[in-house]
Design a protein around this ligand. Structure first.
Ligand SMILES: *Cc1c(COP(=O)(O)O)cnc(C)c1O
Length: 365
């Protein structure tokens, strides 16, 4: 067996990549998750060969058998990360080792064979280097990277698969919101939970998203933007949104976020903001916060701001929270001052516009 951590990538160039003028037009306003680059990474795993056949090849459909295990039992995990254009024209990834580590942890929770972290990192680097012209130059733009892996064995028996396919695709993304996000309204889900103790809440797996969609649809029906999920045991403690962690800002200037502990996805944005806040001398608590306390503190003014965070939108202010019998506004309903400051501080590091004391940026070229 080869040493899987140092696989060489075979490169097959796209025979007819998107023409330069068409690419430039697409990059003007790529939106999110709709436009894709010319190439993709594919690496296979089998029990006999281990990780093998690492390739960067033209992006396109793949063929799988109807009995492919992932289609039936959902053994699937993914990551989300971004390559940013640097002021000097180069590019960098933000904390990619953290994504590699989390991908390994997700694989272990889903009884999948973990991809060596070095291979995860080299796969992402290879793809971004080859499709480097797809990294937007526009303000707020980035190249969103989606590494993922699924059980590719053709077998209907219920067991951890013996074959996996790991892939990376890349999608240019525009500024989520130009000059800072508008506030969102959250819907408190009463019937549905996202993650229970002992479940898969801390793993970045597609199944968590599948089970959250009905609650998200309920939020939209109630004219809210996103769901905020409460804990599955007491239906009381604020956990997170479908794909973003939550933060609270108090009148004394302290901030709080729910503690990890198996039911909350360990967000890299969350961890980075905690670090930046501590660096700035802000008191930071990782403590549970009940939905009733949230409402009481918002009404009394003790709670000044709240926001959600994740790679895609970075920081999203929470302006209002609604449920079947609840409706309260946070602050004046608009983006808060500390929320904006933390967002701006993090974005400046990600874009190479501010010093990077923790060495979070990894230059690609
Ligand atoms: C990916 C994700 C997040 C955010 O994680 P980041 O590393 O900050 O992008 C938060 N919650 C859920 C459920 C997620 O899947």
């Amino acid at each position: 067996m080869e040493d899987a951590t140092i696989l060489d990538f075979e490169f097959e160039a796209h025979a007819s990549p998107v023409a330069v003028a068409d690419r430039e037009a697409l990059l003007q306003n790529p939106g999110f998750g709709k436009v894709f680059t010319d190439h993709m990474v594919v690496i296979k795993y089998s029990v006999e060969k281990g990780w093998h056949d690492a390739r960067v090849q033209p992006r396109g459909p793949i063929q799988i058998d109807p009995a492919c295990a992932v289609l039936h039992y959902a053994q699937e995990i993914f990551e989300g990360m971004k390559a940013y254009r640097m002021p000097d024209g180069g590019a960098a990834l933000f904390r990619p080792e953290a994504n590699a580590k989390r991908f390994r942890d997700s694989a272990e929770r889903m009884a999948m064979v973990p991809l060596p972290e070095e291979l995860f990192l080299s796969s992402v680097r290879e793809l971004v280097r080859i499709d480097r012209d797809w990294i937007p130059n526009s303000e707020g733009g980035s190249l969103y990277l989606r590494p993922f892996m699924f059980a590719s064995e053709t077998f209907l028996g219920v067991k951890p698969a013996s074959e996996y396919l790991y892939m990376v695709i890349a999608s240019p993304a525009g500024a989520y919101f130009k000059g800072g996000a508008p506030s969102v309204t959250l819907w408190i889900s009463e019937h549905y939970t996202r993650a229970a103790p002992g479940g898969t809440g801390a793993a970045k797996c597609g199944g968590n998203y599948a089970s959250s969609l009905i609650a998200q649809a309920e939020a939209i029906r109630n004219e809210c933007d996103q769901v905020v999920f409460l804990d599955a045991v007491e239906n009381k403690w604020v956990e997170e949104l479908g794909g973003m962690n939550t933060f609270f800002v108090f009148e004394d200037g302290s901030i709080q976020t729910p503690p990890l502990g198996g039911t909350i996805l360990p967000g890299i944005t969350r961890e980075s903001l905690l670090t930046l806040a501590r660096d700035a001398g802000i008191t930071v608590r990782e403590e549970r916060y009940s939905i009733d306390q949230w409402e009481a503190d918002a009404r009394s003014g003790k709670l000044r701001e709240a926001f959600a965070c994740g790679t895609a939108a970075v920081v999203t202010p929470i302006g209002r929270v609604r449920g079947r019998e609840t409706d309260f506004t946070i602050g004046n309903g608009g983006p808060g001052i500390l929320t904006e400051k933390l967002r701006a501080d993090l974005v400046a590091i990600q874009r190479g516009e501010a010093p990077d004391p923790h060495g979070w940026l990894k230059r690609l070229f």
